[in-house]
Design a protein around this ligand. Structure first.
Ligand code: ZN
Ligand code: ZN
Length: 288
């Protein structure tokens, strides 16, 4: 009963939060940051396109725009936020059975804010790099991740085109390591906006020479190969999310040539559903 109450209040709290975000623009407002950052990269694509003959409003532009808002807000609204709150509560109650109050292994809350932000950012990006590799290696996870790889014409909005199950997988796997250093499910605006911007950038139809920084930050010229249809290895390359450095350290980087016109997708892409409802159901169907 207590969990049901928590679910209900979390649900209404989140609905109120999203309503407030839309009605009251302010500097800490995710809704308008998402719009602002998207408009910025769209403007760059229009002004300085890498693939000049790709349509300005590319294939699936509107579908991806919808995914963007769905994955950023609506999915949380329809219960993910409430559901995860209940799970966290259950998990803590479970720890309580053993007399544990939390699983914090070392407190970094006493560190200077910049050091906390940097630690959170690097640790989380490394966890995400590993989760992304899993999405490619574990067959049933790949079925969900295919939604992201079904993009045929690349552009900034493809960044947030992914199945909601990915949110569940990423959040579940990152929860325990982050809780161990004293981070709850709260996120820092700055880290979030930075990763959002680099994610949009990686998928943008623009070419920006980063110089030696390309060994640290992911970029469109590297990420396009992650989406390439034909690869020399089965499980993919360039798994980097925000940082490219993990691929260089672990030898999964691959940029054989300029990938500007490289065909994107995966084998038998033509059989993959084109509409949102069927894409969302795709990973749940029984595999032959
Ligand atoms: Zn991938
Ligand atoms: Zn991608």
């Amino acid at each position: 009963m207590q969990y049901f109450e928590l679910f209900k209040t979390s649900f209404t709290d989140y609905a109120r939060y999203v309503g407030n975000e839309i009605l009251h623009p302010h500097w800490g407002n995710y809704f308008y940051w998402l719009i602002g950052i998207s408009v910025f990269f769209f403007a760059l694509e229009l002004l300085f396109p890498w693939r000049k003959n790709q349509p300005k409003i590319r294939k699936d532009f509107w579908l991806d725009a919808f995914y963007m808002f769905f994955n950023f807000f609506l999915f949380s609204l329809v219960g993910y936020y409430a559901f995860s709150n209940v799970l966290v509560h259950l998990f803590n109650d479970f720890l309580g059975l053993f007399g544990l109050e939390n699983i914090v292994a070392f407190e970094i809350q006493s560190w200077p804010v910049w050091a906390q932000l940097l630690t959170l950012f690097i640790l989380r990006d490394f966890i995400h790099w590993n989760v992304h590799r899993l999405l490619h290696r574990v067959p049933w996870l790949w079925e969900f991740h295919k939604v992201h790889h079904s993009v045929e014409q690349m552009g900034f909005a493809a960044h947030l085109r992914f199945h909601w199950m990915e949110t569940v997988v990423y959040r579940t796997i990152e929860y325990i390591p982050l809780a161990m250093i004293g981070f709850g499910i709260q996120e820092f605006l700055l880290v979030h906006l930075f990763t959002l911007s680099v994610g949009h950038f990686n998928h943008s139809n623009i070419s920006v020479p980063l110089g030696p920084l390309k060994y640290i930050f992911n970029n469109p010229q590297m990420h396009i190969w992650h989406h390439a249809k034909k690869l020399p290895v089965k499980n993919g390359v360039n798994y980097g999310i925000t940082l490219s450095i993990w691929d260089y350290i672990f030898g999964t980087h691959y940029i054989p040539k300029d990938g500007r016109d490289e065909p994107l997708g995966f084998e038998n892409l033509e059989e993959f559903p084109q509409t949102l409802p069927r894409q969302l159901l795709y990973g749940f169907r029984r595999r032959k």
